[in-house]
Design a protein around this ligand. Structure first.
Ligand code: 6R9
Length: 651
């Protein structure tokens, strides 16, 4: 199939999927209408899926007007998130596995942690934190690998009302230090060493380095993961296993207000230092639980796997809080998709009988480039639902995921959302919608998307339209503020388009009213007066059989205003040549049209990516502009050396 044919194919839910699903088409329409017409009634009912200590009487108090933005849900209710994710399941499913832990090395034993064990572990960790002086409202930074203790630590904070800020274990000491300072944390939880893909990151050394100057009174709780030798700061560092021996596992949950902060998560914007996104207790949990159940069509007894890292929002909402609030069995994977080989994901799925699998397009494209045999040698028959998140998925990768991974059996939920939104904002629902490859398609319950004209800020009505994506009203999972800087919160999200939450993404609403995310609007380029999404060109390039991955940026062009600069990674075994360059240029012309013809194609053995797999286009733009002095911070890249290669080989 050509790219265009792939993109226009639709896949209706099979009868089996539709019948099994919590939400079919009619139910979606009914529930969506109710959520928009009567948000108070809808959310008041949905909020009953969590246990409240003191029931709320007020559902929603929201204002999006610049200068007075405030967002409150269930504001006079009280509850505890850890009690909801753990304690309340004990009576009915104490012996059910809550967390399956799959270690980096498949030769090591996997672990199954029941809800009962989880309860004991969370209580212990909570009492250890208390003994270290952590109180309600204090911030705790968590810098851990993907081990069960990461879940214990997050839930322990929630239990005692401390605010966690998880920092991805791949971040550098400087990035870690900035985040500890940013939220003024007095305790960091880490491990000695993090094994990942057969390589080891010395986390405790990183912590020592991060805390070496003005943070040298911050305490550190250390989980023993490998037993490696580490440098110790006497009086400040504590082994978790030693401290845990000294305390009981009984720790009563703190009664928290619905609007008390649950966590801070730092995320990058288009300007300045990373912002501390603040999520609160009641609304976030309700939204996490409802979206997890609905989007993944989660049913009692399912084994569910989100392949993200707990260092990202996807890990917070869809490894931990959503699944555990629903009493699910959630899988935590310590490793990487290509270790020991490119078959690992699919082997883990077979090993644990995974029913729902959720990953990012970048992982799929990387695996797709390795060939189908890594997939087809496994069974995958337990799979029911597949999901993607993080960036627009190109129809090629979608098609591969659908046909090769899912054997054309499993619906793909393409979930558009953000750190700021707390949970899914747009996605097809497996039993309700005919899938369109690459479309996030439908707003979730309570989400009122609007397409705005980027220049006038006016709402664009009707179908077959394109603009910037904003949201007209609040939903319970929405971020409440930027930690310590409410002004920045208002300016970033509510000042460009008055009265709306601005997402920073562009989108198209097609003739059927389905939404397609076209990418960050800061990535839009203007070529000879034509607006173009860099993602469009990338999608065309990766549709070529010899291309594994591509990143496209604009660069100043004397005649066209902006030209199209493409970084292309070829499939394993392909050799760059002038012929191939010409072939790709013609390919893109034929896929999109002559206006999209690449001006420059640079072969890129690797692309600069964050550790969560996002391509850092900022760096690629600078290289394309020949502006090597202003590359900015490259320390957070998964592999900073790719930048040197790209500069050395700049066209
Ligand atoms: C959850 C997460 C948010 C940005 C968002 C958008 C992009 C995420 C997407 C998607 C197209 C999807 N994005 N999911 N674009 N289709 N299904 O990724 O949060 O790291 O904050 O990134 O990611 O551009 O604005 P975060």
């Amino acid at each position: 199939m050509t790219e265009t044919a792939l993109a226009t194919a639709t896949y209706a839910p099979s009868e089996a999927t539709r019948k099994h699903a919590h939400v079919d088409a009619a139910t979606y329409d009914k529930m969506y209408a109710a959520s928009i017409n009567d948000p108070d009634g809808f959310w008041s009912e949905q909020a009953q899926r969590v246990d409240w200590i003191k029931p709320f009487t007020k559902v929603k108090d929201v204002n999006f007007d610049l200068g007075n933005v405030h967002i409150k849900w269930f504001e006079d209710g009280t509850l505890n998130v850890a009690a909801n994710c753990v304690d309340r399941h004990l009576a009915t499913r104490g012996d059910q596995t809550a967390i399956i832990w799959e270690p980096d090395d498949p030769k090591d034993a996997a672990r199954h942690i029941t809800y009962k064990e989880l309860h004991g572990q969370v209580g212990k960790m909570a009492n250890v934190l208390k003994a270290m002086g952590v109180k309600k409202g204090d911030r705790v930074v968590i810098y851990l690998p993907m081990i069960p203790e990461a879940a214990y630590a997050m839930l322990a904070c929630a239990r005692i009302g401390a605010i966690h800020s998880v920092v991805f274990a791949g971040f550098s000491p400087d990035a870690l230090g900035a985040r500890v300072t940013g939220c003024d944390a007095r305790v960091v939880i880490t491990a000695d060493t993090a094994p990942r893909g057969g390589r080891a990151t010395k986390l405790k050394d990183n912590v020592n380095q991060a805390l070496r100057h003005d943070l040298n009174d911050v305490k550190c709780l250390v989980v023993r993961r490998t037993g490696d030798q580490i440098a110790w700061r006497d009086g400040l560092d504590f082994w978790y296993h030693e401290e845990a021996d000294k305390v009981s596992s009984d720790c009563p949950p703190e009664e928290m207000n619905a609007e008390d902060p649950l966590f801070i998560l730092y995320t990058s914007g288009s300007t300045g230092q990373p912002k501390g996104v603040v999520h609160t207790t009641g609304g976030y949990l309700v939204y996490a639980a409802l979206t997890h159940q609905t989007t993944f069509d989660y049913h009692e007894g399912d084994v569910y796997w989100c392949g993200a890292d707990v260092g990202w929002v996807t890990g917070h909402t869809y490894i931990l809080y959503g699944p555990l609030a629903n009493g699910a069995t959630t899988l935590m994977f310590e490793g990487v998709p290509t270790y020991p080989d490119a078959s690992r994901f699919w082997q883990v799925i077979d090993k644990h009988g995974v029913n729902q699998f959720y990953t990012a397009p970048t992982a799929l494209r990387a695996l797709m480039g390795q060939g189908d045999e890594f997939v087809t040698q496994t069974s995958r028959k337990s799979l029911r639902i597949l999901g993607t998140v993080g960036e627009p998925i190109n129809p090629e990768a979608w098609n591969w995921y659908y046909k090769v991974v899912g054997d054309s059996r499993c619906p793909i939920v393409d979930t558009w959302w953000q750190t700021e939104t707390g949970g899914h904002m747009m996605t097809p629902l497996p039993g309700a919608h005919a899938l369109k490859p690459g479309a996030a398609q439908k707003p979730f319950f309570g989400v009122k998307p609007v397409v705005l004209d980027p220049t006038s800020g006016q709402i664009i009505e009707g179908n077959g339209v394109e603009g910037v994506l904003a949201i007209a009203d609040s939903w319970p999972g929405q971020m409440r503020t930027v930690w310590g800087d409410h002004d920045r919160f208002e300016k970033t999200y509510f000042s460009d388009y008055k009265g709306y939450y601005f997402s920073g993404d562009g989108c198209r609403r097609d003739e059927d009213g389905d939404y397609w995310i076209t990418g960050r609007v800061d990535d839009v380029i203007n070529v000879s007066g034509h607006r173009m999404g860099t993602a469009e060109v990338e999608s065309a390039l990766v549709a070529h059989a010899k291309v594994a991955e591509a990143a496209v940026v604009g660069y100043p062009h004397d005649i066209k205003g902006q030209g199209i600069y493409c970084y292309v990674t070829l499939m394993h075994g392909e050799t760059p040549s002038e012929e191939l360059r010409k072939e790709l240029r013609n390919w893109v012309r034929s896929e999109i049209g002559p206006i999209a013809s690449p001006d420059v194609i640079q072969w890129a053995p690797g692309l600069p990516k964050t550790r969560s797999g996002k391509i850092m286009r900022r760096i690629l733009r600078k290289i394309a502009e020949n502006d090597f002095g202003a590359l900015g911070d490259t320390s957070t890249l998964a592999d900073p050396s790719v930048v040197d290669d790209l500069i050395a080989n700049r066209k």
